[in-house]
Design a protein around this ligand. Structure first.
Ligand SMILES: NC(=O)C1=CN([C@@H]2O[C@H](COP(=O)(O)OP(=O)(O)OC[C@H]3O[C@@H](n4cnc5c(N)ncnc54)[C@H](OP(=O)(O)O)[C@@H]3O)[C@@H](O)[C@H]2O)C=CC1
Ligand SMILES: O=C(O)CCC(=O)C(=O)O
Length: 488
């Protein structure tokens, strides 16, 4: 590929320096709102580059681990301030690179700042417990130790928040990091790493290697000197990460798909339920693992809910995320757009009724972008592919049920169990939903998306490796417990 000389080329960040790859091939990152606009180039790195980064991270690890938690926290506070000072530029890059509307991109970047500050404070909090020993002269307690070098493999849908919610806890607990960001949002990730560079971390503590998943991602899975891998992305790659890590005894953490339901009960505030279904299902063009995709509605309010939903969805403005009037941006890539369109075809072929949308947006101004209409299906049977598989696009499927029991059965009829929500004013139904719903995140009278950084996040069933990230739960993955017994 010929590189246009006026474009920015982002190198790997290895051992404290922006470093050229041993390969001179590049990955081009384009704007999904206008495929002719190139956002930047990154290197298509090789295993040799990865080896260099891992060696640097391994060398840096002991000195980093031996700093006090407060000293490590100071570095994170510095990154937070730098990220905050560059929030507008980074958010704009995110919008241009993966299509998320600018207000959402700004919100995500601000969330990155807050995550960094949260984990900076974690450096001052307790890491163990004193446990009474049966030996009256002994002292027994637990402490924690870092895993070592952590590989961080991230997706494109939250290109600031996800790398930060993995890297910040890894670092505060004394690990060093190799980041392999998603190729679709790699320039945004490079700008985040620039903030870490400016904060002056010791060389080797934080490294980024760009390149294809099959080379650099797989290289992380296989590398003997990487002690832990944290991954967010597809079900298929996640399972590969898990198998590969298990085979060589590395620790791993996986966050994968969702097929998140919302249940609308007959006593619900229907306007609130409509608003939350739209926000949960269609913001970020439905490209969230926590996005609402199955809308399970009690038959007595089905028609009223459907009419209200349809009326609101029709008002959605699709367009370039940089424009103030845009509510929903493009799909992040042509392949995501094609996935959505193929599920629309599947839904029709399976006999569901396409109630609204389902096509590319026909607008001359938007013809160079990967735009799809917000889409609603009805007459959907729970076993159809559109009700079972993660689409990762702005597609809602309406499923009519008669009773709460049936609603819960349908909601739980999924290989996934990430997030679920219900709209009702009946406390008994709320309590049975909390008890019966097989999901890591259950939300009452609130949309299925919307993770809070200080709370544990993760799924049941095939949505995750049953571990949790974020909040104080992160310590469980990024450290190992040591039980200490001392006798004088
Ligand atoms: N849970 C979530 O939040 C997300 C779920 N998804 C789901 O996944 C689908 C596909 O999206 P996609 O971007 O392809 O997701 P992937 O799982 O392919 O990508 C996630 C990360 O894994 C890397 N990767 C790809 N192949 C390998 C490999 N063999 N070994 C190790 N790492 C690898 C990717 O690198 P590279 O980008 O270079 O390929 C990226 O950094 C979506 O439609 C959606 O259903 C996607 C993103 C986020
Ligand atoms: O809902 C959120 O804020 C987070 C979603 C998420 O983690 C994801 O889509 O990968």
């Amino acid at each position: 590929m010929t590189i246009k000389t006026d474009m920015l080329v982002y190198k790997n960040f290895i051992n404290g320096a922006w470093t050229e790859s041993s390969n001179d091939e590049y990955i081009e990152s384009i704007n999904p709102a206008n495929k002719n606009e190139i956002i930047g180039y990154v290197q298509k790195s090789t295993k040799e580059d990865l080896n260099q980064a891992v060696a640097a991270a391994k060398t840096a690890q002991v000195a980093w681990r031996n700093l006090s938690g407060a000293a490590r926290g100071d570095f994170l506070y510095k990154v937070a301030n730098i990220l905050e000072a560059n929030l507008n530029e980074i958010a704009e890059t995110m919008t241009r690179e993966m299509g998320k509307p600018l207000p959402e991109a700004k919100g995500e970047t601000a969330r990155g700042v807050a995550i960094l500050r949260y984990y900076a404070g974690e450096g001052m909090r307790k890491v163990g417990d004193v446990i009474p020993s049966t030996d009256s002269e002994g002292l027994m307690f637990t402490t924690r130790t870092a895993l070592g070098v952590v590989g961080v493999i991230t997706p494109w849908n939250f290109p600031v928040a996800i790398p930060i919610w993995k890297m910040a806890p890894a670092l505060i607990y004394g690990n060093t990091v190799i980041l392999k960001p998603a190729s679709e949002a790699v320039v945004t990730a490079a700008k985040v790493i620039e903030c870490f560079e400016k904060a002056g971390f010791p060389a080797g503590v934080i490294n980024m290697v760009t390149g294809s998943g099959s080379v650099i991602g797989q290289g992380i899975i296989d590398h003997q000197d990487i002690n832990g891998i944290t991954f967010t992305g597809s079900d298929q790659v996640g399972k590969q990460v898990g198998k590969g890590a298990l085979a060589r005894g590395a620790k791993y953490q996986l966050e994968m798909g969702g097929k998140n339901p919302v249940i609308v009960v007959e006593d619900a505030d229907l306007d609130l339920a409509v608003e939350a279904t739209i926000s949960g299902g269609l913001r970020s063009t439905g490209q969230k693992c926590t996005a609402t995709s199955r809308v399970i509605v009690q038959s007595s309010v089905y028609d009223t809910f459907k009419d209200k939903l349809l009326a609101e969805v029709k008002k959605i403005r699709v367009g370039d995320g940089l424009r103030a009037e845009t509510w929903m941006g493009p799909c992040a890539s042509e392949s995501q757009l094609n996935t959505v369109l193929s599920y629309v075809e599947k839904g029709k072929a399976e006999g569901a009724t396409l109630l609204y949308g389902g096509n590319r947006v026909e607008d001359e101004e938007l013809e160079n972008g990967f735009y799809v209409q917000p889409t609603i299906f009805e007459n959907v049977a729970p076993d159809m592919a559109i009700a079972q598989e993660e689409i990762f696009g702005p597609v809602l499927v309406l499923i009519k049920v008669n009773t709460i029991e049936e609603a819960l059965d349908v909601a739980n009829d999924s290989q996934f169990g990430l997030s679920a929500s219900i709209f009702t004013t009946n406390i008994a139904i709320v309590l049975s939903f909390i008890r019966e719903m097989e999901a890591g995140l259950v939300r009452i009278n609130a949309e299925s998306a919307g993770v809070e950084l200080q709370a544990p996040f993760g799924g049941m069933k095939q949505s995750s490796s049953h571990s949790r990230e974020q909040g104080q739960a992160a310590i469980e993955f990024f450290t190992s417990i040591k039980t200490v017994f001392v006798k004088g």
